[in-house]
Ligand binder design. Sequence first.
Ligand SMILES: NC(=O)C1=CN([C@@H]2O[C@H](COP(=O)(O)OP(=O)(O)OC[C@H]3O[C@@H](n4cnc5c(N)ncnc54)[C@H](O)[C@@H]3O)[C@@H](O)[C@H]2O)C=CC1
Ligand SMILES: CCCCCC(=O)/C=C/C=C\C/C=C\C/C=C\CCCC(=O)O
Length: 258
Amino acid sequence: MALTGKSAVVTGAAMGIGKALSELLLENGAKVALLDVNDSAGQSLMESLNQQHGAGSALFLKCDVESEEQLKAAFQKTVETFGGIDILCNNAGIMNEGTWEKTVSINLMGVIRATYIALEYMNKLNGGKGGVIVMTASMAGLGPFITCPVYTATKSGVVGFTRAMAGASEVSGYGIRFNALCPAFVQTDLIANASANLGPFSHLAEVAGQIKEKLGVISVSEVAEGLMELVTDETKNGEALMILTKGKTYMQFPSLSK
Ligand SMILES: NC(=O)C1=CN([C@@H]2O[C@H](COP(=O)(O)OP(=O)(O)OC[C@H]3O[C@@H](n4cnc5c(N)ncnc54)[C@H](O)[C@@H]3O)[C@@H](O)[C@H]2O)C=CC1
Ligand SMILES: CCCCCC(=O)/C=C/C=C\C/C=C\C/C=C\CCCC(=O)O
């Protein structure tokens, strides 16, 4: 899929990985709706991206992925502004084992919520043009990250949802591919603030630090390169792309159908 003239929605776009995904989509010619709860960071990112890529190429919309109403309004505004949606990046996420219900609500329910709303516009069976939906999952979703059990559960759920939706889409003819990015540790605020957010597992902060030390930390731009691969390579559907300091690899899963 070539990105020139395509329209993308990125959740959690104001900072960290979402910001890097948005920047690379714009550099490759897409228009991007930046959805985030952080009004000031979102507004200033939109201004700087519009200066770099041309007025009207980025649109900031204040939107909490916990709110069905805000998501519906943001998708509607994106379609009115850009004429449709070709790409959705379900990226917004938190790690907080203390407020675990919120972690589930944002990381897993927020992904399902945004995906179902996007389908109303993207699904070829509803008159949409099809496209691609990419989730920012995590390596935690592929193996247990023992210091963050609820975070692990949400990311495992995201990987399962992605793969099942990929199959459902293929069999039903939605014309939409579904893939997941599974990075290990990435240099963002989420990691910088993590030790204070371990809740009942705060006694395992040192263990988390050791795992981080062993795996190393990658940059947001390495994750964005992974997104480009999953978006532009039309053979990729139902994939979980692991992104580690040693490089990128596709996860091999057992097949239920063969
Ligand atoms: N940083 C890391 O090591 C890794 C992060 N991830 C995942 O990457 C995604 C992005 O994380 P980071 O960039 O690291 O975090 P970050 O904390 O740097 O940025 C997250 C962005 O999401 C926004 N956000 C938070 N809650 C939101 C909500 N309810 N609705 C809309 N926007 C919301 C924040 O305002 C912020 O702009 C998350 O899903 C995270 O789980 C995955 C693997 C590794
Ligand atoms: C192996 C799974 C990698 C998962 C990365 C991810 O998706 C999110 C991680 C979230 C939090 C990390 C938890 C603790 C932070 C690490 C270290 C804290 C200790 C202090 C330090 O050494 O920096």
